[in-house]
Design a protein around this ligand. Structure first.
Ligand SMILES: [Zn+2]
Length: 301
């Protein structure tokens, strides 16, 4: 049972939007690429768990704090007798392992995911102790990408390689199905402690005036959109979307980028650029968002 589903990280959504609307420095481009790759890897792992038969509890993407230290969990699988703490890595290419260090073949050292995994394990154990929840924690790094090879990996390190994934899933399938009540309570407590706002997100400074205005295609991100009647058509890839859904998407994007700005008809008219009338924008806002009328200047939540 998926107790907490995975959602696209806010940092990734904002970077995706910003790279369409402004020039990102190389460092932020790289951050975007690595977040995107990581998220794609996590989704691949979720697909493997989709048809799992045992009644385990799966909690994805947790951000927790214990004893003033914050830690993040990619996936936590709670079974009757054990809890699997999973760090999912979507690395591709050839790597080698030398005395607890991992190197990209013939190149620089990368951070060994075990360092993070053991820190997370220790903090999770401290949290479970606070809950008085007794279980054994099995920390594992899951290498999800079939094009990943790690040479000279020693025996006994808690790594699951792509060729071992099916075996791991089978093992989960065959585990005892019933989940005790205290596991459900613990999962609920973890959910209430989950922190929504990631304090480590790395976003460039940006201002409204420096961002490109207009609506871009939801499929190919091209700004070449033409509006005819109730439909928007992308002249680059041919994707069609209703004007209403495109405007709603853009309002959500505006709210995400500028959470402290009030959403007004004029601002969205300017933000979207290609919608011919303010009345049309107003109609869509009224239909899809809660309006608040303050001093006759209507804005939307
Ligand atoms: Zn397109």
């Amino acid at each position: 049972m998926i107790f907490k589903p995975r959602t696209e990280p806010k940092e990734l959504i904002i970077l995706k939007t910003l790279r369409n609307r402004m020039d990102l420095s190389m460092a932020y481009q790289q951050n975007y690429i690595s977040l995107k790759k990581g998220f794609e890897g996590e989704l691949l792992f979720d697909l493997l768990l989709e048809n799992i038969e045992c009644e385990c509890l799966v909690l994805n993407d947790l951000l927790l704090k214990v004893n003033n230290q914050t830690f993040q969990i990619d996936s936590l699988i709670m079974l009757k007798d054990a809890v699997y703490l999973l760090e999912i890595k979507n690395y591709s290419g050839n790597y080698s392992y030398k005395t607890d260090k991992i190197f990209l073949k013939d190149q620089a050292e990368i951070t060994n995911p075990l360092i993070q995994l053991y820190r997370t394990e220790s903090l999770l154990r401290q949290l479970f102790l606070k809950f008085q929840f007794k279980t054994s924690i099995h920390p594992l790094v899951i290498f999800i990408n079939p094009e990943f090879t790690l040479y000279q990996a020693p025996h006994g390190v808690p790594f699951i390689f792509p060729s071992q994934l099916n075996g791991f899933i089978k093992k989960l399938h065959s585990s005892e199905s019933e989940v005790p009540e205290d596991h459900i309570k613990t999962a609920e407590r973890l959910l209430t402690l989950h922190i929504d706002e990631n304090p480590y997100q790395q976003l460039p400074p940006y201002h409204y005036h420096q961002l490109r205005k207009g609506m871009y295609c939801a499929c190919c991100q091209s700004f070449a959109i033409s509006v005819q009647g109730k439909k928007c058509t992308c002249t680059s890839c041919g994707n069609k979307e209703s004007v209403e859904s495109a405007v709603v998407r853009n309002v959500k994007e505006f709210k995400l980028l500028f959470p402290n700005e009030k959403v007004t008809t004029s601002k969205i008219y300017e933000w979207c650029q290609i919608i011919d009338s303010r009345r049309r924008i107003l109609r869509i806002l009224k239909k899809n968002f809660k309006s608040t009328d303050i001093l006759r200047r209507m804005h939307f939540e």
